[in-house]
Write a protein that binds this ligand. Structure first.
Ligand SMILES: O=c1ccn([C@@H]2O[C@H](COP(=O)(O)OP(=O)(O)O[C@H]3OC[C@@H](O)[C@H](O)[C@H]3O)[C@@H](O)[C@H]2O)c(=O)[nH]1
Length: 453
């Protein structure tokens, strides 16, 4: 049988209408559970709302329809329970989603705070006056403050750091600046770059840090210094070696002038650092005499200030953190041992003056105002204003009993002396640690591990 095109079209339309009709009838007479509930309850509620609550506003009626009561009016308990569970699950999920959004927002805010809005305005130096300066350990406490000053002066600064005690955070405000470069490099391995000056600060400096891996501390101060002096020799750079008051050991001369040869235990727990620095000085003068390398040696005394590590372990950070948290302030030994503390900005001025000078012998850089460790604990407790007790714990081995720099040389050849009073410097440092504590408590609370798949 042959149908015309027109008839075929009619059959097709009738067929489609039939299929739709059957589907519609089925879904209305036997709809899924939730639809059934909705249909019945909607009609029931509408009916009772019309008859019993004529005065209720439209708003109230709507709330009755969409709220929990909507489901509790159902006759089918099992279905009703299922719907309640679904409803609670949905609410829980929604609450969790809100919490996650809150956490994400606080995380984003924290990240935004860390993105520098704009680099600090540095001075412009012309090609003739601008130097390319390498700072080993430039992401550390002292190094990063030196970076700031040299960058502000308009120089090009290259930081090489292995981030053992240094932190990217200390220099992150310079990342992306055209005059700044950060290299993840351990100076125990040679470095081949072109520079005019080198500040060699790379080495852990706090006793617990330098004792943590003694062999590595010796390598850094011997092989590391050889690599720096070799680089200086190759490219004709001037180099400043960061030495330490620890080269005087537990001194028998007081205060300590640079001419004093020291009193060091070569096999004691501090030897990796103090003997390491003594070899570092020896290497510097060997390269100066034999290879004509232009060296400067700074003997740095106890220094404190912002950007010290929370886990630094030295007396200033320990006492401040203990006082801020109302914990006991722990003195190692009887507290009669002395130290002289300089603020970090004074040290940076001294380092830059020494590099710029023609003076090639070692120079002490430190604050000559001496205090016992017990006095120091009291000063910090009073400045912080807490109620910490001051307690004594066992003395540490080979702890130098007296230390105070003779700064006659620095005054004479560098025209340098410390300017920041202890109280002012400590207040800035306390403020820094207060913020660090708040920050670490905050980030501990907000540890966020996304579980989105
Ligand atoms: O919690 C503490 C920490 C330290 N101390 C004492 O405080 C004094 C200073 O100790 P630090 O650990 O701060 O530093 P030290 O003077 O021993 O060594 C420092 O010397 C000069 C720098 O070159 C070095 O950075 C560092 O080695 C020591 O007598 C130490 O025993 C405490 O009584 N309690």
């Amino acid at each position: 049988m042959v149908f015309s095109k027109r008839k075929m079209k009619h059959f097709l339309i009738i067929g489609v209408l039939l299929v739709f009709g059957i589907c519609f009838y089925k879904s209305w007479s036997n709809p899924p559970t939730i639809l059934t509930n909705f249909k019945e309850n909607y009609l029931d509620n509408k009916h009772s709302a019309n008859h019993q609550h004529h005065s209720a506003s439209n708003n109230e009626q709507q709330q009755a329809l969409v709220g929990n009561e909507f489901y509790t009016n159902s006759n089918d308990d099992a279905e009703n329970n299922n719907v309640n569970i679904l409803n609670n699950d949905f609410k829980n999920e929604l609450n969790q989603a809100y919490k996650r959004i809150d956490l994400l927002e606080s995380k984003i805010k924290e990240l935004e705070r860390r993105i520098p809005k704009k680099h600090p305005d540095v001075r412009f130096l012309n090609y003739k006056n601008r130097k390319r300066i390498l700072i080993t350990g430039g992401a550390g406490f002292v190094g990063s403050h030196l970076v700031d000053v040299l960058m502000m002066q308009g120089h090009e600064v290259v930081v090489a750091d292995n981030f053992f005690t240094g932190r990217k955070r200390n220099v992150e405000h310079w990342l992306g600046h055209e005059n700044f470069e950060l290299i993840h490099h351990d100076i125990v391995n040679p470095l081949f770059i072109e520079v005019d000056e080198i500040y060699h600060l790379a080495s852990p400096a706090s006793p617990p840090h330098y004792m943590y891996n003694r062999v590595k501390t010796i390598k850094t101060n011997t092989l590391g210094t050889i690599n720096v002096l070799g680089l200086a020799k190759r490219v004709g750079a001037k180099v400043l070696i960061a030495s330490t008051s620890e080269v005087y050991g537990d001194p028998t001369v007081h205060p300590q002038p640079e001419t004093y040869w020291g009193h060091v235990n070569p096999i004691g727990p501090r030897a990796c650092y103090d003997e390491g620095k003594r070899v570092s000085e020896t290497l510097s003068y060997a390269y100066a005499m034999q290879e004509n390398v232009n060296v400067r040696v700074a003997r740095i005394f106890n220094t404190y200030g912002p950007r010290m590590h929370m886990n630094d372990g030295r007396v200033v950070s320990n006492f401040i953190l203990q006082a801020l948290q109302n914990e006991s302030i722990t003195i190692y030994g009887n507290g009669k041992q002395t130290r002289s503390f300089q603020y970090v900005s004074d040290l940076i001025d001294g380092l830059i003056s020494l590099m710029a000078s023609n003076y090639t012998q070692p120079v002490n850089l430190g604050n000559p105002i001496e205090r016992t460790i017990y006095e120091f604990a009291e000063i910090i407790r009073d400045l912080v204003g807490g109620k910490s007790k001051i307690i004594q714990t066992p003395a540490v081995e080979d702890d130098p009993q007296k230390r105070k720099p003779d700064i006659t040389r620095a005054k004479k050849y560098l025209n340098w002396e410390p300017r920041v009073p202890l109280k002012i410097g400590l207040e800035k440092t306390i403020e820094y640690f207060r913020k660090e504590l708040a920050r670490s408590n905050h980030s501990q609370r907000n540890i966020f591990i996304p579980d989105v798949e």
